[in-house]
Design a binder for this molecule. Structure first.
Ligand code: PMV
Length: 322
């Protein structure tokens, strides 16, 4: 195996979170905060993981531990990726995996999926298999499901393909949008959301009121389809309207919080075209589209949020020079 370093982008959900878990399309965009993953051969047959950004300074494992269920939290995605890749393609040497992130795993930018895609891609190039993007997606999605059990895979698609995508769960549809760079302003609430808990909460609500919740999902699907058109035309005022409607539906699911609402309303009051939460809700980030980005950023800060500067239209997984 050859020493290889790759990087993958983080992501933000633009439209259709939660509905995407139930087969409706969503729109996701990759952002220019990247996760680096390096793999290198080791002389012994063991596995070493150094992923300080997710709390793993140094973890040494034997090959048999790839099947273990006792892996520390931060390393689980890497171990699942190593296991699924080596089952399928085999790896003959010991491996050292090192990660380095340009974004905190607290933001909800998709550090788990970015690291999973990064590990699969680095192994793929390292052993000369040169997997297609579809195959990278498939293996990474399997690995994420092995670890967390639920998820549409939208974050994996963003890490693999980059850009802005219309996406259907499991990668049944991955369509790149011909969208210009988005005038996106991002505010972090300072609260870490637990995606799995929120997805389960919505599932519980759907069991109690299937028609109501499916109705909400159907409307979200309408929004995602309309959003695809307006984003491609760069009609930001209309995209902002759709964000506001999408936020209303997320409120109907009960996943927004007072902290998110505070930042969302302050962005709108400062003249943003629209604003909504991004991702599962419960915390993490809100997003807005704004002409006067500085004014909206100031309003978000004044409301207690942390502004995270990002650019969209960024490349998916790529090999880095080392
Ligand atoms: O919390 P995040 O940023 O990982 O987003 C979750 C989005 C959901 O639609 C709620 C779940 C999913 O896997 O699509």
């Amino acid at each position: 195996m050859e020493k290889v370093e790759v990087s993958t982008p983080g992501k933000l959900m633009l439209f259709g979170e939660h509905a995407v878990v139930y087969g409706r399309p969503c729109i996701v965009t990759a952002v220019d905060r990247r996760m680096k993953v390096k793999v290198e051969p080791m002389k012994n047959q063991g596995i070493e993981i150094a992923a300080p950004d997710v709390g793993v300074e140094k973890l040494s494992l034997g090959v048999q531990d790839l099947e273990s269920t006792e892996i520390p939290k931060g390393a689980r995605f890497i171990v699942a990726a190593l296991r699924n890749f080596s089952r399928r393609y085999g790896v003959s040497s010991g491996i050292k995996v090192t990660t380095e992130s340009e974004f905190s795993s607290e933001f909800g930018f998709g550090s788990s999926s970015a690291v999973t895609v990064g590990t699969i891609a680095a192994l793929s190039w390292g052993v000369g298999e040169n997997l297609s993007k579809e195959e990278m997606f498939r293996l990474a999605y399997q690995s994420v499901l092995d670890v967390q059990g639920v998820g549409s895979g939208f974050d994996i698609a963003a890490a693999v393909w980059g850009g802005t995508l219309s996406f259907i769960a499991g990668g049944r549809e991955v369509v790149p949008l011909l969208a210009p760079r988005l005038p996106l302003v991002v505010g972090y609430t300072g609260i870490k959301a637990d995606t799995t808990v929120l997805v389960k909460d919505v599932a519980r609500k759907r069991e109690v009121w299937p028609n109501l919740i499916d109705g909400v999902f159907d409307l979200m699907a309408v929004i995602s389809k309309l959003a695809k058109e307006v984003l491609e035309k760069g009609e930001w005022d209309r995209a902002g309207d759709l964000m506001n409607s999408n936020q209303g539906l997320l409120e109907a699911l009960g996943v927004s919080t007072i902290e998110l609402s505070r930042l969302i309303f302050s962005a709108r009051q400062a003249g943003a075209w629209g604003a909504k939460l991004s991702g599962a809700g419960g915390g993490d980030c809100m997003i807005s589209l704004a002409e006067d980005e500085e004014k909206v950023e100031r309003a978000i800060r004044d409301a207690g949020g942390v502004v995270i500067k990002v650019r969209t239209g960024t490349e998916g997984v790529r090999r880095e020079e080392i």
